[in-house]
Design a protein around this ligand. Structure first.
Ligand code: RUG
Length: 858
């Protein structure tokens, strides 16, 4: 009888586990097939094989993880903690294999067992515990801190459901379905059922003496820890991401059950479990949702309790807490950690109010990710009072002391007091979380030079006047070269290694080494190989499109990509919009300039239709890709997706043009999809209205893979040189004036921008299905035009024409691509995490212990 899978000898030897010829890898995979999965060679499918391989890799991680934790526990060195409500991790297996240096070995071992590693990698579900840039940034920082051997832990929530799955309905609309990523066991986490904390909500708080209070009653919920191992690259250092799950303290109310009231019996259990059930989709507006506030407190309280417990193991006086602990607040979401630490110190640790505030303000650091007023978090005072009565008292007390200090520095300036107060007056009053995060933190940073400038000049201006400018600094975002170069573009990584005659680790750990590529710009062989890598990446994407959408695409055409996660409602390009030099107020509405792009596609389609066959022959064939999720409540963004899908349905079937222009909306954008799309793009579009994007990180990813430029767009252009980017559109300083003109001196669209009017009219006339459906979207352009499409459209079209022209000269295009890649060193998250370490965690004032030096390096 035929052996069911792979090499019979290998399987049998691995099962016996005794044959010296059999590698550890096959032995360990087969061991997990048999013992963890209780399966055998004959009933093992790709998913089972993935699980066994993952468990076997996990064994390696566990050993390293244990050693790392032991080392840091013993050394008693200072630790940093990254509190983020989102960690958009993507898949783990490939990344773990790369970081452990085991990819080739597993490739061979898996092959001998009759499977293909690439197929197994595809079995893994993305861990999509984030909306977009902010969560992916957190994931990159975990990778970089582990790789740089910094003792940094992440703290987040273990959502039962990550970001929703996006489906496209028959009429082209986005539909949302839950993302049950934990449906099958998650091999990458370790349940820590022994690490639990009780978290209180509601109840009442009674003030006693010395600013203290007793908070009692209400609901108590358990926080249970799950640890996710974060392997460093080319080091054994393996850090930790601790995610909290909520569980009822008392599972079941037996009395109610016995009385026949089943619903009530499970009520408290359900409400506790609900806390960590879903990730909130980000729509860049503040939520009035009690559950979201509950999530924030649940997570910050559990994390602080855990951090405090670890600190107490060191047996040091509590006043030395900031010498051993730094906490980075990723956006305002974890700001409740500030009043929570005050509560613990004052109410439980007997620290005076003044000393407690001193400890707090030396422990926390705050990263701001937006200057858009509607995205700045606020919570209604009555809600806070109800859910967290003690914290509301503390916030009022912090505010009182703070405003007294402001009054002392700026006597009689009532307007300033009103602006800086933690409480915004109104019905109801609201708590301004960004103000609280700022005054409770040692330092505040923005995420790109220009964004940080805007932070200082606008939302934090009064605080700069009060504290001085040194409290405010910049850390330009970065991305990890491990995932965004080597993992998603192995061909390019290999070529770079061969060309620079360096092992991959040399540039994957020091991205500035890519500059060496500049010495090869005149080597035609190298340029040819560079082009061949791109071509094979385009073929990989074409294969994906064929298997998922059933379309064959011309891989010789230019691939033009615009991708956005749901939080990145504004976009950036190899076609770039211009600078962020003044603050543009955005009043809500559609940020997605995907509308600009789709109108550009329609314009191109109309032009192609009117060309003679001879003219068409000269046209540059192009395939346009869009991907991105619209927040479920964001009507205009959803309508934009619907329009893109329906335009695609028409133009992809048009025999006159389909060889020259095709269009795809790839559903369910994810980290894994980005890993296929980015390396295949010839040009990427980053086309937000000037002044709206804080930094952007996808811009960096495209650059790493190739050419094209864009909040951090400006810094990218500075690095790579403007001749390698295509800028268009108005600069930020013009934005306010243009909006004023639009509002008070409107000019009909047909007059203002005939080309755009023609594209808008094509949609309204029903060329792409019922035009009436799109009226609300078209009206955002015809009336008011807040995102200034009419102002930028002509120069956008001109820039696209320049891109077409430049693409004709393939050699020069490839050189552009090499030049931009070569200059991407600055945008590595390794540099960014070092900036945080130096600027915040190591240098916080009053660090007197040598231990803080251990922060860098195992
Ligand atoms: O929109 C910003 C991006 O520009 C930035 O690159 C990313 C990471 O810093 O954060 C995004 N962001 C901003 N996500 N949420 C917010 C508002 O809280």
């Amino acid at each position: 009888e035929k052996w069911p899978r792979g090499d019979e000898k290998v399987w049998k030897a691995a099962i016996r586990g005794v044959d010296k010829d059999v590698s550890d890898i096959t032995t360990s995979v087969v061991h997990h097939v048999q013992t963890s999965l209780a399966r055998q060679a004959h009933n093992l499918d790709n998913f089972g094989a993935y699980q066994a391989a993952a468990l076997s890799v996990r064994d390696n991680l566990l050993v390293n993880w244990n050693e790392t934790q032991l080392h840091f526990n013993r050394s008693g060195s200072k630790r940093a903690y990254y509190l983020s409500l989102e960690f958009l991790m993507g898949r783990t297996l490939d990344n773990a294999l790369l970081n452990l240096g085991l990819k080739e070995k597993y490739n061979d071992g898996i092959d001998k067992l009759g499977f293909n590693l690439e197929d197994l990698l595809d079995q893994e579900r993305d861990a999509a515990l984030g909306n977009g840039g902010l969560g992916r940034l957190a994931a990159c920082y975990l990778d970089s801190s582990a790789s740089q051997e910094l003792p940094l832990w992440g703290y987040g929530l273990r959502y039962q459901y990550g970001i929703f799955q996006q489906l496209i309905g028959p009429d082209g609309s986005q539909l949302e379905a839950p993302d049950p990523w934990l449906q099958h066991d998650n091999p990458w986490e370790l349940p820590r059922l022994d690490v639990t904390y009780e978290i209180r909500f509601y109840g009442h708080s009674e003030r006693i003496e010395d600013g203290k209070a007793i908070w009692s009653g209400g609901q108590e919920v358990l926080a249970i820890a799950y640890d996710v191992m974060i392997p460093g690259y080319d080091t054994k250092n393996t850090n930790n991401l601790r995610l909290w799950e909520s569980k009822p303290k008392r599972g079941f109310d037996l009395n109610s059950f016995n009385a026949g009231d089943y619903e009530r019996a499970v009520e408290s259990s359900n409400s506790a479990a609900a806390i960590t059930s879903v990730l909130y989709p980000n729509d860049h507006t503040t939520f009035g949702k009690e559950l979201r506030l509950k999530q924030q407190y649940f997570w910050t309280a559990a994390s602080l309790a855990d951090i405090l417990r670890r600190f107490k193991n060191l047996d040091k006086p509590i006043t030395e807490f900031p010498d051993y602990v730094s906490i980075q607040l990723n956006d305002t979401h974890p700001t409740l950690a500030i009043p929570e630490l005050m509560r613990i110190l004052v109410d439980e640790e007997d620290v005076s109010w003044t000393n407690a505030w001193d400890i707090v303000t030396r422990t926390f650091f705050f990263t701001n990710h937006t200057v858009l007023p509607e995205a700045l978090e606020k919570w209604p005072v009555p809600l806070m009072q109800h859910l967290l009565p003690r914290h509301m008292q503390i916030i009022f007390d912090i505010n009182l002391v703070f405003l007294q200090a402001v009054e002392k520095k700026f006597p009689g300036d009532r307007e300033r007091l009103a602006r800086m107060s933690l409480i915004e007056e109104g019905i109801p009053q609201n708590i301004r979380m960004a103000n609280l995060a700022c005054i409770g933190s040692h330092k505040v940073n923005g995420v790109a030079e220009l964004h940080s400038e805007l932070v200082r000049a606008t939302i934090m201006k009064d605080f700069v006047d009060f504290y001085g400018v040194s409290k405010f600094f910049n850390v330009t975002n970065g991305i990890t070269p491990r995932r965004w170069l080597d993992q998603c573009n192995p061909g390019l990584s290999k070529l770079i290694s061969e060309t620079l005659k360096l092992p991959k680790a040399a540039f994957l750990k020091d991205l500035t080494k890519l500059e060496g590529l500049l010495d090869h710009l005149d080597d035609p062989q190298f340029l040819k190989k560079w082009a061949a890598v791109k071509q094979s990446n385009k073929e990989r994407l074409a294969h994906y499109v064929e298997t998922t959408l059933g379309f064959t695409i011309n891989t010789q055409a230019m691939f033009d990509v615009q991708i956005k996660a749901s939080d990145l409602l504004y976009c950036q390009i190899a076609l770039l919009t211009a600078s962020l030099t003044a603050f543009a107020r955005v009043q809500g509405g559609s940020f997605w300039r995907q509308t600009l792009n789709i109108m550009g596609v329609i314009h191109r389609y109309i032009k192609l239709k009117t060309m003679t066959p001879a003219e068409r022959k000269k046209a540059n064939p192009k395939v346009v890709f869009f991907a991105g999720k619209a927040a479920p409540g964001y009507y205009i963004a959803k309508l934009t997706i619907r329009l893109i899908v329906n335009v695609a349905r028409i133009i992809n079937e048009d025999p006159d043009t389909k060889d020259l222009l095709s269009l795809f909306f790839l559903p369910d954008y994810s980290v894994s999809l980005a890993e296929i799309l980015i390396p295949a793009s010839d040009i990427s579009q980053h086309i937000s209205t000037a002044g709206t994007e804080a930094s952007g990180t996808s811009n960096m990813k495209f650059w790493l893979e190739r050419r094209t430029p864009y909040g951090a767009n400006i810094e990218i252009a500075e690095e790579v040189g403007e001749s390698n980017v295509f800028f268009f559109g108005h600069l930020t300083p013009a934005v306010e004036e243009l909006r004023y003109q639009h509002l008070y001196h409107p000019v009909p669209l047909e007059q203002k921008c005939p080309a755009l009017a023609e594209a808008v009219q094509a949609v309204a006339s029903g060329l792409f299905g019922d035009g009436g459906v799109y009226e609300p979207l078209l009206n955002t352009i015809r009336q008011n035009d807040y995102y200034l499409l009419t102002e930028d459209f002509d120069s956008y079209i001109q820039a696209l024409a320049l891109v077409d022209e430049a693409y004709q000269d393939r050699m020069e295009w490839i050189k552009k691509s090499v030049r931009t890649t070569a200059k991407m060193g600055k945008f590595s998250s390794d540099r960014a995490i070092q900036d945080y370490a130096q600027e915040c965690w190591v240098s916080s004032e009053r660090i007197v212990h040598n231990q803080c030096i251990d922060l860098i390096g195992l």
